[in-house]
Design a protein around this ligand. Structure first.
Ligand code: C2E
Ligand code: CA
Ligand code: CA
Length: 598
């Protein structure tokens, strides 16, 4: 079961980068001059003309402390105050005490004719930042203003950054950074409040079945882009009062107030399934947009908000392991065992890969006419440390869902090529033979797949035998453009292509014509009935004719009886594999088979 992670606050480094990017736009530094002597204004404007004209300084003038406070209250741009001490009305001493109340970051420089030490100390004690004596030395004045401005600007910047940081942290505590949606904390708050007020609600836990695989295959950036598009689609099904939150990765929670009936919840779920279709226009690849939805209703009457979330999560995982996709499931406690088992298997699969618990078995393929051996199909097996040998049907779909099929498939390809190369050196007289390896759609779509193939070719391991890659009809039909592009690349590398499980999907026959295929494999489900069901026989006849008209040879899968072989021979099917000849066998048994044939 998913552990609910602590809310992911951005890292300190990220935060620092963000803060560093916060800058205050350039405006002239604004200085307020407070003096009852009108002559001073004229002098400043004359002697500091260059600084005023270049926009470095801008001056405002006040006659006494009262005037100055009025200006300060209405103008937040002032950074520095130059003030006389003796003035009619409010004098400089009183002004100094008022300034921090308006803005503690403001700095005042006293400019007075009475520059004795006593006055200077008193001014400093009352908060003056510096002290200049009259008559003013303007060079000194410029230097002092600049120095003071630097300090004011820096402390203002720090304050601004701090404020932004606090806002950012407050935001991150309740919102998801990537999508801007509320996060888990936020949704838990909603549940808490509904529980407290005994209000009805439905909690939906949604997840894309193949998201892990997409992230594995296409990388984080594209996967995230993709999620953001998905969020928009989900949002299109929501009412204003519904709350959509991102829990983590591809997992979303929808808090729907006022829903208590299962029927209403199901209607909503069905809308969401429609909207939650995956689509990646960037690459023109449609991936399966299956979504699993788990629902917990307020009628479960839990006291803790977390329990509702966990229940919906369990139901979502249960939905995910059902064979029919796009499934919606209401939580019930019996689901927990099944979900835990499945999650255990998922984690075992990852560990199994690390611990090399997988083996490749090989099923011989024969020429049906002269019964000679023509090649093998590599089929993976998992030797689980406690569950024993697990058949591929029990773990390949899981590996595809989680993306682990990519490293697993790569291992099968490398390992079987390596092993085949050994046999070729040991039993050269029995070669050439072909090695067929199954590929998953995800492997093919991974951007560096052709690099893997090049790598294998460059290792010279393929000398003396032909490598055939088996691709199912459904992979082909799901991603025609990407697959065709790869197929052409494989072709130019002298690798043959097999279309597997043929007849079980919905191939567009004219499309097949445009593909660089070599072999068509007829699915076992047709061969099984060939001698009992005239319909199967008809289909097989048609498939063989079609294959031959496209210049493809044909392999029949799952051949179990002599009678089947005879019929297939009559129909012109070239090759076959199945229990009649041999089940898939391990390396030692293949070696024995070679020895027997020597
Ligand atoms: P597939 O590619 O259609 O492989 C043929 C399956 O039929 C194999 O099942 C094989 O053991 C079984 N079979 C062969 N002859 C007979 C027969 O006469 N009777 C019966 N009842 N069965 C027969 P297996 O080994 O359990 O593999 C199942 C599927 O798992 C494969 O179907 C393939 O789709 C997938 N798979 C296996 N290894 C790999 C792999 O390395 N990569 C990928 N992507 N998929 C794999
Ligand atoms: Ca196959
Ligand atoms: Ca097959």
């Amino acid at each position: 079961m998913t552990n609910f992670p602590a809310q992911s606050l951005s890292s300190p480094t990220e935060l620092k980068l963000y803060l560093d990017s916060v800058t205050i736009p350039f405006t002239p530094a604004c200085i307020l001059v407070v003096d009852d002597e009108p002559e001073l204004q004229r002098l400043i404007e004359r002697r500091l003309k260059p600084q005023i004209e270049t926009g470095e300084f801008q001056f405002l003038f006040a006659n006494n402390g009262m005037d100055a406070l009025d200006i300060l209250r209405s103008n937040s741009h002032i950074s520095v105050i130059l003030t006389d001490l003796n003035m009619p009305g409010m004098d400089g001493w009183a002004l100094l005490e008022q300034i921090p109340k308006i803005d503690p970051l403001l700095k005042a420089i006293v400019v007075s004719a009475y520059g004795d030490i006593q006055n200077i100390r008193t001014a400093m004690n009352r908060g003056a930042f510096d002290f200049l004596t009259k008559p003013i030395n303007f060079q000194d004045l410029i230097v002092t203003i600049r120095k003071t401005l630097d300090i004011v600007t820096n402390s203002r910047l720090q304050k601004q950054q701090l404020k932004t940081a606090v806002e950012n942290l407050q935001y991150l505590a309740l919102y998801d950074k990537l999508t801007g949606l509320p996060n888990q904390n936020h949704v838990l708050e909603c549940i808490r409040s509904a529980v407290e007020h005994q209000l009805d609600f439905a909690l939906f836990y949604l997840a894309l079945d193949r998201f892990k695989a997409i992230r594995y295959g296409y990388g984080k950036t594209l996967a995230e882009k993709f999620l953001i598009q998905e969020v928009e689609r989900i949002k299109s099904c929501l009412q204003p009062c519904d709350i959509l939150a991102r829990i983590w990765k591809d997992e979303f929670v929808l808090f729907l107030p006022n829903i208590k009936s299962e029927i209403v919840a199901l209607e909503k779920a069905s809308k969401l399934h429609q909207a939650f279709k995956l689509f990646m226009p960037e690459r023109r690849i449609t991936a399966s947009g299956n979504t699993s939805i788990g629902i917990a209703l307020s009628s479960l009457l839990y006291e803790q908000a977390e329990d509702f979330l966990r229940a919906a999560d369990t139901a979502m995982h249960y939905a995910r392991i059902q064979s029919d996709k796009n499934c919606t499931v209401f939580f019930n406690p019996e689901m927990q065992v099944a979900v835990l088992n499945r999650l255990q298997l998922e984690s075992d699969l990852e560990i199994g890969l690390e611990n090399q618990e997988f083996q490749v078995y090989y099923q011989p393929i024969y020429n049906l006419k002269n019964r000679s051996l023509v090649g093998f199909e590599a089929l993976v097996r998992w030797q689980h440390p406690s569950r024993g040998l697990i058949p591929p049907s029990d773990f390949i779909p899981l590996a595809e869902e989680t993306g682990l099929i990519i490293p697993l498939g790569e291992w099968v390809l490398r390992e079987s090529c390596r092993q085949f190369s050994c046999w070729k050196n040991q039993f050269p007289e029995q070669f050439p033979l072909s090695l067929s390896v199954n590929l998953s759609g995800l492997q093919i779509l991974k951007s560096d797949f052709s690099g893997l193939i090049d790598d294998i070719i460059e290792s010279n391991i393929l000398e003396g035998f032909s490598l055939k890659l088996e691709i199912t009809e459904s992979i082909l039909m799901e991603n025609p453009e990407a697959v065709t592009q790869y197929m052409n690349q494989f072709k130019s590398r002298k690798i043959q292509l097999v279309i597997d499980d043929f007849g079980t999907g919905y191939s567009c026959l004219s499309y097949l014509q445009s593909l660089p295929l070599d072999t068509l494999k007829i699915d076992r489900s047709f061969i099984m009935n060939i001698n009992y069901n005239p319909k199967s026989l008809d289909i097989i006849k048609t498939l063989i004719t079609l294959a031959h008209s496209l210049n493809l040879d044909v392999v029949a899968e799952g051949v179990e009886t002599e009678q089947q072989i005879n019929t297939l021979n009559d129909l012109g099917c070239e090759y076959g594999q199945g229990y009649y000849f041999s089940p898939p066998i391990n390396v030692d048994n293949v070696t024995r088979l070679f020895q027997k044939n020597s």
